[in-house]
Design a protein around this ligand. Structure first.
Ligand code: ADP
Length: 761
């Protein structure tokens, strides 16, 4: 511990010089008194030269003054009077024999004394003006001593000669001198005392100095140790970073390998499905597909997690459309519902800004993780995503804070596990792990993503009633509006009347504004099939128009939807009403039950505006120049037959799978096992498009692309095939000159879409 600083602060003594000044002033006054006496005696001598007593007095006074003048540093003046002193001595011996010379000398002595007096006067007036040597107390005392000694030795009683002249007492004032001496001695004592204090302080300083020196050398020693420790820490950090980087690279490579293989497994399984298997075989195949996808998700989670661990998680800040992101999420999610009677919905409040700046991919990933969990832990009921604007208080962050809520009616999470589920590799309880599987990484990743975006995530849940995962993120609004698929509203059939049969308030809240935007006229909303039948009947009786379309929720209890459809289609007067079956479970569309009930068309839930318009136009036969950029339908229609494709892929199973896909598409293909071989192919031939794996032996995709662009000067589209979704990987591909990016696993349709998008077809 550092000692109190105060301890080291010296007590500096304050020397009071004012007393010395006073003493000098007193002293000067004393000398002045003697001089006046001497001058008076001389004046008497001038007039009564025979007064011996006066001569003695002058003589004594001179001695006194000499002592005083010595320490007043007034030797010059005194040398003037010195000769007069000699003369006075002589004058004393030859008393009463005053001649003219003597009278002259007496006059000069009087003048000199006069001068001395003036100087002393000045000294007294100036008061505090001290010369440094006056402070030499010892010499002052010596001078005074000497004066006293001389004065007393020469003092002897003299008899007055002249009686008629008034007597002036010229006795030297010894008391004043003694007092002065005492004062000086007292001052000396005080100075000695101060000197004592000072030397003690000096000793202390020296001691402190020594201690400081020791402390300083200890400090230097500690400093050297710290430098060494810091160097070691830097080295260890570098080592750890290097290890983390190697680990993450290893994980990325490994997951690339695993995903490449899963891709092949899933691809072939998909192909097998088309090959006329019996129902048992189909069931087994489905299990393989589901397990394969789950395995893929776990690998993806681990890869993401390794990115977070190694600090490689990079978030984008690009303009995106929130509607589009949410719709995309539900398009993916719908296919994962596995026939559970669950109503999926989303609801984005009207005041929520749609064009934002941020990372849409990661936002999508958070939604998918949360909704996937909701599906996993919910057997029936509802799962929805709600987005609202958090009240702006005007002076918080710039931008808009949005609140996202993923709600389910599933098994819920016990209160004591609610915090833990956000930790890595943690599940609410072991039983659920056994039933539902999972890696325990999903929520930890969501938390990391949300927090990296500057937001907060939490959950509210009641066992047996369901869970609500809530997160808030502040987004800047985008001034740039990213392109969205064109949605063309009804033209000829604008204002078509519709009836909605749906018991889910959440869904109605979402799609009533969508119906309005599509120019539909909603006649009524019914909760049950019975209500719908009664309404139709009453309209019929009241000779009111019948709806052109009825949207029927297929989740109505006890198969009401199917029965209603069947009943309506059986009746002649309802035959023209188009029946649209709406459900979150997309598999229903192909079920025999759906087809037999007589529905005209299927519309997946949650309703997506573009899909609604598509369905409306199809069912109402309105063929406008409907321009949905590369709809699934268009992809189906366009043929890729004859396109010359170069494939560079080192994994044999994947290569086999690609062969099957390209054969299906009717493309002519050449296959290279690495980048080097691809370059050789390109030297000899021209291709319409090239699909290139990124990680290959001999030469990887990025390096090969650089050579193709810079040396071969070929500008054919090159599509990166990769399992890794690292953002920097994507950047690296585009930077090297690759045209597009196709993450594994992919199906034949995705391959086809890339060909159509990137070649001039
Ligand atoms: P996992 O991959 O195991 O699902 P997560 O991190 O996504 O890992 O979830 C951790 C655990 O939190 C789950 O195993 C489950 O016990 C619980 N959990 C997550 N979401 C829900 C939900 N919607 N309902 C009930 N439990 C949930």
């Amino acid at each position: 511990m550092t000692p109190e600083r105060k301890e080291f602060l010296p007590q500096v003594p304050q020397l009071d010089l004012s007393e010395g000044t006073e003493m000098l002033t007193d002293f000067s006054r004393e000398a002045q008194r003697h001089l006046i006496a001497a001058r008076n005696a001389l004046l008497i001598l001038e007039t009564v030269p025979s007064d011996r007593e006066a001569v003695e007095d002058v003589f004594k006074t001179f001695h006194t003054i000499k002592g005083l003048a010595d320490f007043l540093d007034l030797h010059d003046i005194f040398s003037l009077t010195a000769s007069s002193e000699t003369l006075l001595d002589k004058f004393r011996k030859n008393l009463l024999q005053l001649d003219n010379d003597m009278i002259l000398l007496i006059t000069r002595a009087i003048e000199a004394l006069q001068k001395l007096l003036e100087l002393l006067d000045e000294q007294i007036v100036n008061g505090g003006e001290l010369k440094s040597e006056y402070l030499d107390v010892t010499s002052i005392i010596a001078a005074v001593d000497e004066t006293i000694r001389k004065s007393s030795s020469s003092a002897r009683p003299v008899k007055p000669i002249v009686r008629n002249i008034p007597k002036i007492n010229f006795e030297p004032d010894m008391t004043a001198c003694t007092l002065f001496k005492q004062q000086l001695e007292h001052a000396q004592g005080r100075v000695d005392c101060e000197v004592g204090v000072l030397s003690k302080l000096l000793q202390d300083y020296e001691e402190t100095g020594r201690e400081l020196k020791v402390a300083q050398s200890k400090l230097h020693e500690r400093q050297r140790e710290l430098i060494k420790e810091r160097e070691l820490a830097i080295k260890l950090t570098q080592q750890a970073q290097e290890e983390a980087r190697a680990k993450s690279e290893y994980l990325a490579n490994m997951s690339h390998e695993i995903r490449t293989l899963i891709n092949a497994i899933l691809g072939f399984t998909d192909l097998l499905k088309e090959s006329g298997l019996n129902s048992k075989q189909n069931e087994h195949l489905n299990t393989i597909i589901v397990s394969g996808r789950m395995l893929l998700e776990i690998v993806n989670d681990i890869l993401d997690f390794s990115k977070v661990e190694s600090g490689k998680l990079k978030l984008e800040k690009i303009p995106f459309n929130l509607d589009y992101v949410v719709e995309e999420v539900f398009k993916i999610i719908r296919t994962r519902l596995t026939s559970k009677p669950i109503n999926l919905y989303f609801n984005i409040a009207l005041d929520v800004p749609r064009f934002l700046m941020g990372d849409p991919t990661r936002l999508k990933q958070i939604f998918i993780n949360l909704i996937d969990n909701a599906i996993k832990f919910t057997e029936h009921g509802e799962i929805g995503l709600e987005v609202s604007l958090v009240g702006q208080n005007g002076f918080t962050q710039p931008g808009r804070t949005l609140k996202f809520l993923v709600r389910d009616t599933g098994i819920g999470i016990p209160e004591d596990r609610q915090d833990a589920v956000f930790e890595t590799f943690t599940q609410a309880n072991d039983a659920t792990t056994r039933i539902y599987g999972g890696s325990g990484l999903g929520l930890a990743l969501c938390k990391t993503f949300v927090e990296t975006m500057g937001g907060t995530i939490w959950l509210e849940s009641k066992l047996g009633e369901g869970s609500r995962f809530i997160f808030t993120i502040c987004f800047d609004e985008s001034t740039e509006h990213p392109p969205k698929e064109d949605v063309v509203v009804l033209q000829k059939n604008a204002g078509a009347e519709v009836l909605i049969v749906d018991m889910h308030e959440t869904s109605l809240r979402q799609y009533l504004p969508q119906f309005e935007a599509a120019r539909l006229n909603v006649l009524a909303v019914c909760q049950t099939a019975k209500q719908a039948s009664e309404l139709l009947l009453s309209r019929e009786k009241g000779q009111q128009s019948l709806p052109a379309l009825i949207f029927i929720d297929l989740l109505l209890p006890e198969k009401q939807a199917y029965m209603l459809a069947y009943k309506l289609k059986q009746q002649e007067h309802y035959k023209n009403i188009k029946l649209i079956g709406v459900s979150s479970d997309v598999k229903v569309e192909t079920s025999s039950e759906f087809n037999q009930a007589g529905f005209d068309i299927f519309l997946p839930k949650p309703i997506i505006s573009a899909e609604l318009c598509d369905v409306l136009q199809r069912v109402l036969g309105e063929k406008t120049d409907y321009a949905r950029v590369l709809s699934d339908e268009m992809i189906q229609k366009i043929s890729c037959s004859g396109v010359r494709v170069l494939v560079a892929e080192d994994s044999i199973p994947n290569m086999e799978l690609l062969k099957v896909h390209f054969e299906t598409l009717g493309c002519t293909c050449d296959y290279a096992a690495n980048g080097q071989e691809a370059i050789e192919f390109l030297r000899k031939n021209d291709y319409g498009i090239c699909f290139m794996d990124l990680q290959m032996p001999v030469m990887g995709g990025v390096e090969a692309t650089r050579i193709i662009r810079n040396e071969l000067k070929k500008n054919l589209p090159i599509i990166a095939l990769t399992a890794a979704e690292l953002e920097d990987e994507k950047d690296r591909c585009l930077e090297a000159g690759m045209t597009d990016y196709l993450p594994k696993p992919f199906g034949v349709d995705e391959l086809k879409e890339k060909i159509i998008r990137n070649t001039k077809m």
